[in-house]
Write a protein that binds this ligand. Structure first.
Ligand code: ADP
Length: 516
């Protein structure tokens, strides 16, 4: 049978989505492949169709138990023999399923990666005629990724022990060029077998809302869009609880989802959300991987997420049905501190912490750029694109001001500080702060000391964030990065380029400083 026939007869679709047919062809030709497609791009079909074309078994490695059951149920509903084996089953149930698989009664077998560390499972697998191994969420294999899982590392060894030498298909929605290289090396995928469809999501409108209190913004937004379903992400369980309560008090049908809630309550809330009994789900990042609710009209991040990868994946849960949808990030400098705290609390090794800090910096830059938001994201994933003309920045009508002189003040201060200090000290020197650290290091003797005396340290800090986002400055290092001048910044210092900014530089206020 042909791939298109299976697509039509088994799945009821007329055409392949971009990239699907090429991935399927490569897999059927026996080439290890990597499919890079955005959330909702249709990755599952890339292995489900071959699974029905191959005579033997397709193994699907997937990190989430909840997702497995949903996928298997959906396949079974289409009369496709699939099953999963994971820790949610009793020993007897698992044994029954292994028997079914051994009898050849199953075309797709879903397994969690941890299963492969179990010698008995491995032994079972070695007996089976496995034609294809699909590795979902393949970025988990890379330590450069945002969601590294150690059990994915042993995959390479496991694959080598399978006598049937199956084709390998890795799939992910989030991969920076570095992660792509890593996945390809670990799974022996040739660079020309990477199939990347555009990560552009034409129906998503990105927006960053700065310096607005979360609760009033959210209540107003939800009341203005009472019929639309959406997800509100927050960084901590406590914040999820608080927001849910506040919204419920306002009469909004909101439910909470985080790892600290009892299993049955999480499940109940998830179902209520799926079946539109809840308007919004307020959640930590525990919610979502594998959520297949197509009519999510907005995803609002009430707090800054840890990385642009995580952000794009979470925001991408809006508009999977192709209908115009919004992805909004609320930015408050204080939220950067929360992420710092989460990184410090984590049990990551030092190099991993530094990596986490760098990812966070990119996220902060996203919150401060005045360029196209979609372009910023795509560029991060190594894709060239034109400004989207839809996002909050592309549609920002405000007149851009020439801020070259202010930029030169900041840049020359960075130079005077020998590029050895971070944002806080640079802003303190420029605003003439009189603290001990400044005096002891004689920084009050610098020619740039007090050069921006009329501005608050906070405002100068935001301007530095902007200069970083627009790549005039670069922050190097982990928890306490130091600022360096980029080539673009050097051109401004030499008077060869100008800097424009839409956000007004406000004159100093006597508000307490809470700089991020
Ligand atoms: P991903 O895993 O890339 O996030 P899915 O595989 O879950 O995406 O697919 C997203 C949605 O698109 C699903 O509802 C799926 O049935 C649908 N879909 C996938 N391929 C096609 C196609 N060729 N034509 C129409 N719908 C498709």
């Amino acid at each position: 049978m042909e791939a298109t026939t299976i697509l039509k007869e088994k799945f009821g679709y007329d055409q392949f989505r971009p990239g699907q047919d090429r991935v399927i062809q490569q897999v059927m030709a026996g080439d290890n492949s990597l499919a890079l497609m955005p959330t909702g791009g249709g990755k599952s079909l890339c292995y489900q169709v071959p699974a029905l074309l191959f005579s033997g078994l397709t193994l699907v490695i997937s990190p989430l138990i909840a997702l497995m059951k949903d996928q298997v149920d959906a396949l079974n509903a289409n009369d496709i023999p699939a099953t999963f084996i994971n820790s949610s089953l009793t020993g007897t149930e698992a044994a029954q399923r292994w028997n079914l698989v051994a009898d050849g009664a199953v075309k797709l077998l879903y397994l969690a990666p941890e299963r492969l560390d179990d010698p008995r499972s491995l032994q079972q697998l070695q007996q089976l005629p496995i034609d294809l191994v699909a590795i979902d969420e393949a970025h988990c294999i890379s330590q450069w990724g945002h969601d590294f899982r150690p059990s994915y590392l042993s995959l390479t060894d496991t694959l080598a022990t399978l006598p049937s030498q199956p084709v390998v298909l890795a799939l992910t929605a989030t991969a920076t060029p570095q992660v792509v290289t890593d996945i390809c090396q670990r799974l022996t995928i040739q660079p020309d077998k990477v199939v990347q469809t555009s990560f552009q999501r034409e129906n998503l409108t990105f927006q960053v809302v700065r310096a607005q209190a979360q609760v009033p913004y959210l209540t107003e937004f939800l009341k203005a869009n009472p019929k639309e379903a959406g997800i509100i992400y927050a960084s901590t369980r406590k914040m999820v609880e608080q927001l849910t309560q506040v919204l419920q008090k306002q009469g909004i049908k909101a439910g909470a989802y985080h790892g600290g809630l009892p299993e049955d309550q999480r499940r109940q809330n998830q179902e209520d959300f799926l079946y539109d009994r809840l308007q919004v789900m307020v959640a930590t990042n525990a919610f979502g991987m594998g959520i297949d609710k197509s009519n999510v009209r907005f995803v609002i991040h009430a707090q800054l997420p840890a990385s642009l990868e995580a952000y794009y994946q979470e925001a991408g849960r809006a508009g999977r049905d192709g209908v115009p949808s919004q992805a909004i990030l609320l930015f408050q400098p204080h939220d950067v501190q929360i992420q710092h705290f989460l990184i410090e609390q984590s049990n990551l090794a030092d190099t991993e912490k530094n990596r986490a800090y760098r990812k966070l910096q990119t996220m902060v830059q996203y919150a401060h750029t005045e360029g196209c938001l979609q372009q910023f994201i795509l560029n991060y994933f190594g894709e060239d694109s034109e400004p989207c003309q839809r996002c909050g920045n592309c549609t920002d009508q405000r007149e851009a001001q020439d801020v070259t002189v202010d930029a030169q003040k900041v840049l020359s201060c960075v130079v005077r500080l020998k590029q050895r200090f971070g944002k806080t000290v640079v802003a303190q020197v420029l605003t003439g702060a009189k603290n001990q650290r400044i005096r002891q290091a004689n920084l009050d003797q610098l020619s740039t000391y007090n050069l921006m005396a009329s501005l608050s340290q906070k405002v100068v800090g935001q301007f530095i964030d902007f200069l970083q986002a627009e790549q005039y400055l670069q922050a190097i290092g982990g928890a306490y990065p130091t600022l360096k001048i980029t080539t673009k910044g050097a051109a401004v210092l030499k008077g060869q380029a100008q800097v424009y900014r839409k956000a007004a530089v406000q004159v100093a206020q006597s508000l307490p400083e809470d700089d991020g």
